[in-house]
Design a binder for this molecule. Sequence first.
Ligand code: PGA
Ligand code: ZN
Length: 421
Amino acid sequence: AVNRVRARQILDSRGNPTVEADVELSDGSVGRAAVPSGASTGANEAVELRDGDPARFHGKGVTTAVAAVNGEIADAVIGLDAEDQALIDATMIDLDGSKDKGRLGANAILAVSLATAKAAASAHRQPLYRYVGGVGARLLPVPMMNIINGGAHADNPLDFQEFMIAPVGARTFAEAVRVGSEVFHTLKASLAAAGHHTNVGDEGGFAPAFTTADEALGFVLRAIEESGYEPGTDITICLDPASSEFYRGGVYDYVGEGRQRSVEEHIDHLVDLAARYPISSIEDPMAEDDIAGWQRLTALAGERVQLVGDDVFCTDVDRLRDGIEGGYANAILVKVNQIGTLTETLATVDAAHKAGYRVVMSHRSGETEDTTIADLAVGVGCGQIKTGSLSRSDRTAKYNQLIRIEEELGDRAVYAGRGTR
Ligand code: PGA
Ligand code: ZN
């Protein structure tokens, strides 16, 4: 049973406060989890509670959420069976009482939810991925590595947020990391040779002063080739334009490019890019409010390209159902802090898989050294993870954890590669 719950305010990768919680069970097992934070958030995400005191951390303190964990939440969950994750999470949801977890804070609730699962796994002497996924958990995900950052994650004029590479042709996860690292460093050298700076953005990808997607894609494609890999076979390209960020008044406003595109023109642009580059996946190709656009693009390109709903679904099973019934997207991005508990996260993954939607486990642009999502990706066997570039420890921590998991599984490990699910 849960015996002790303790939270504290720590820093995330952007230097902003976030919640970390420790859950201790009566047998002495301990679990610890820290909560990530987004910058290009969906409108319908669970509420991240911030103190709003301008004198402290520019209003971003989380001492209220920490106090909720140490007070109300601790009182409610102490004594409960830590293995009964559904009960722990339902108890916190009921205690919160709001629709969006805004009273106690999704950051407070998630920290306890994940820390409880880790404590329970530890009590069973099981790694988290096996505790979550059972003996069948052995699928290592293809990483979508974000090597060029734009949008809300960098201060360059690049309208699209993420340009990623997926080493689908690797035989193992460790090899995928090698391939990614090689392309990352080749890209760095070619950016420098072309006179671009090579500073990195929030997710550890380069943030040169590009404006168009073509510029970024040209460099990515050449870096793949110069590293000795076959684009489309060894490595595919994935995009996250994060289109909600530049959709205004019914048009897509490409501020960096200095032009607007109508919904039709925006769709044509994406379809054209997917035809000219080996693009296998586009996340948030359309804005969260542009459901008609989502439906048109899905009908047009959904057979060929993975279309991942991030902002439009917010890891919410009901929003996902709207997509399944409404015929838009064919995959979902899963971010634990968008919904706020492990139980709800697993329910969303399950619903997606049952409907034939692919699942991509994901970090946030604000991360910590916590590696829970690496274990969750293997635990649910989703076959894909998005956790940033090949630099910054907040990103590489997840890759390193997956390397350890692959080693531990030994011969049983299967790298998802081209097969995904
Ligand atoms: P965020 O962005 O974590 O800043 O919200 C990540 C994404 O859009 O996938
Ligand atoms: Zn996204």
